[in-house]
Design a protein around this ligand. Structure first.
Ligand code: SF4
Length: 268
């Protein structure tokens, strides 16, 4: 993959100015042929993670007796708008994350966005505000979206799980699976041209790729949601970029996002 010569600006930049992509950056990403050619094979939904030892298993979760708190698959499928879906799901207590949340973080953005980002789950800031990607990681995501020539509100941003995992731990596969139907319906309603997965959790739980992000980032995948195949560009989570704030990591994310942008900009 070609490398950009002009990485994103430092997230610590005091004036929060979004740096536009330079002509160099525009020309040094993947060739159009590379960027427009996601493989056709479907990735098997296999998670080879070994189960934890029995002693470490948490006590089984018993959903509270609250009729309507956990919408059925039929109720989710019956939602014909994102607003309906949010209303139907925001009281959900279908997994152990529900009772611990401060706010349900449904997702937000353009209802018919062509570019949709999927992250892992809410963190502290998101739990407080009820919005996805609003902390430091969200600030960086906004800058990257801006550098593509888009606004955050032109895209749609959601997470695999809608409630904050304690101590920002990775959601378990059980929790992710309990929530995945909501994300699927969101994707069906938005109908994005491209999904960008941020980090390992959406890649594993939504796309079925269990290899590490470092290995597969920048390589097109596909996922079928609601009978529709959608190209997926895996890349690093912005929080990882902030932790590993090296030129190589920033260049990699920038190249991945440019490839996704080139796909949505292609002539129909
Ligand atoms: S994470 Fe998802 S499945 Fe679990 S309680 Fe929250 S909304 Fe429901």
């Amino acid at each position: 993959m070609g490398l950009v010569r002009e990485p994103l600006v430092s997230v610590q930049a005091p004036d929060r100015t979004v740096q536009a992509k330079s002509p160099e950056a525009q020309t040094s990403v993947q060739s159009p042929a590379q960027a427009r050619t996601p493989p056709r094979e479907r990735v098997a939904a296999v998670n080879p993670q070994a189960p934890p030892p029995l002693a470490a298993l948490p006590a089984p979760y018993a959903p509270p007796d609250r009729p309507g708190a956990c919408p059925s698959a039929a109720e989710v499928a019956a939602c014909t708008s994102l607003a309906d879906l949010q209303k139907a799901t925001e009281g959900c207590l279908a997994c152990p994350l529900g009772p611990g949340r401060l706010k349900f973080v449904f997702g937000e953005g353009a209802p018919k966005a062509r570019l949709m980002f999927v992250g892992e789950g809410p963190g502290r800031d998101e739990d407080l505000q009820g919005r996805p990607f609003v902390g430091k990681a969200g600030e960086l995501l906004d800058k990257m979206i801006g550098a593509l020539g888009l606004r955050r509100e032109d895209t749609y941003i959601a997470n695999v799980v809608k409630c904050r995992p304690p101590d920002n731990r990775t959601p378990t596969s059980e929790e992710a699976k309990a929530c995945l139907g909501f994300l699927h319906r969101q994707i069906e309603l938005v109908q994005p041209a491209v999904l960008v997965t941020l980090g390992a959790t959406p890649l594993r739980e939504l796309v079925g790729v269990s290899e590490g992000v470092t290995k597969v980032r920048g390589q097109w995948r596909r996922v079928t949601v609601g009978g529709r195949e959608i190209p997926v560009m895996p890349t690093f989570h912005p929080a990882y970029v902030l932790r590993q704030y090296t030129q190589d990591v920033r260049r990699a994310v920038w190249a991945d996002l440019q490839a996704a942008k080139a796909w949505i900009d292609r002539p129909e």
